[in-house]
Design a protein around this ligand. Structure first.
Ligand code: ATP
Length: 271
């Protein structure tokens, strides 16, 4: 574990946007978002590199989930939402150059509570590919096996693929949901507190899985758990009251934060 800083610092430095050699999967500029008259995100600027694990931390209500749901346009399911600013996914403006369905195929999402469909394990994973027109059994069989293997759950379910997914434990259900997400071949996986409903052993399995998945996917994970962010992420963004206060390499953010508010939060002075 990284040591948290305990030095007092002046709150004068700008949000760090360190350049990396990697391409960015997302480039967010001047993003503002309102629910009706209430503003939830303020002028967010953020470049998210590919094949990194990017953690989003911050106290309850600071806008973490809203931000996550904005970058795959799920937030628009709330009718009163209004946004301004630009978000580019691989250089394409997500509001004008790519349609929502295509974006959501490329940017999959895993939620806080495992939410398998009331179907068999097999049919849960085959659901997305079938919607995308894949009908042949041998092709679906391969996709299902590969997705379950990549989600590190194949060995546990290979002999019960046609049993109902609700018969799995919570941790297994969450890895099944990750397999379901992988089956549509996304580039990016958004995870909204994916382990907060899981026991410590299931949490560890999902954390290990995230480390494997980042070899192929870019992962953006909202977590309340700062130790988890420190363990599994390459970069961390700290949100507070709808603002992005600090965004940098995870080691730096936890060991040498540039903003006093970040330091207060990671040292447990509030939140
Ligand atoms: N559907 C909605 N309608 C109106 N306001 C909303 C809606 N969803 C979120 N908000 C408001 O937007 C702000 C940010 O909420 P959000 O859920 O993004 O925060 P969060 O950091 O993810 O919180 P938590 O850690 O508790 O999940 C809060 O003030 C919240 O009340």
């Amino acid at each position: 574990m990284t040591q948290f800083a305990d030095q007092q610092k002046e709150n004068t430095q700008p949000v760090e946007q360190k350049q990396t050699n990697k391409q960015n999967v997302f480039e967010v500029e001047n993003l503002n978002l309102w629910y009706g008259d209430d503003q939830a995100l303020y002028d967010i600027q953020m470049k998210i590199p590919e094949n990194d694990v990017t953690a989003i931390i911050g106290p309850s209500g600071c806008g973490k989930s809203t931000f996550l749901k904005t970058i795959n346009r799920m937030v628009e399911l709330v009718p009163i939402v209004r946004t301004s600013g630009t978000i580019k996914y691989k250089n394409q403006d997500i509001f004008s150059s790519i349609n929502k369905e295509e974006l959501r195929t490329k940017v999959g999402m895993v939620f806080q509570n495992p939410n398998p469909f009331p179907k068999s394990i097999y049919d849960n994973v085959a659901y997305g590919p079938r919607i995308h027109g894949i009908k042949k059994k041998d092709v679906l069989d391969k996709i299902v096996e590969k997705s379950l293997r990549d989600a590190a759950i194949w060995d546990e379910v290979k002999d019960r693929l046609h049993e109902n997914a609700y018969g799995l434990s919570g941790g297994q259900q969450q890895r099944l949901c990750i397999a379901r997400c992988l089956a549509i071949e996304p580039d990016v996986i958004l995870m909204d507190e994916p382990t907060s409903a899981l026991d410590p052993i299931s949490t560890l399995k999902v954390e290990e899985l995230v480390q494997e998945l980042k070899k192929k996917y870019s992962i953006i994970i909202v977590t309340h758990n700062m130790q988890q962010a420190a363990r599994i992420s390459d970069r961390t963004a700290f949100f507070l009251n709808g603002e992005l206060v600090e965004y940098s390499d995870t080691n730096q953010l936890f060991s040498n934060p540039t903003d006093k508010r970040t330091e207060d939060y990671i040292t447990g002075r509030f939140g």
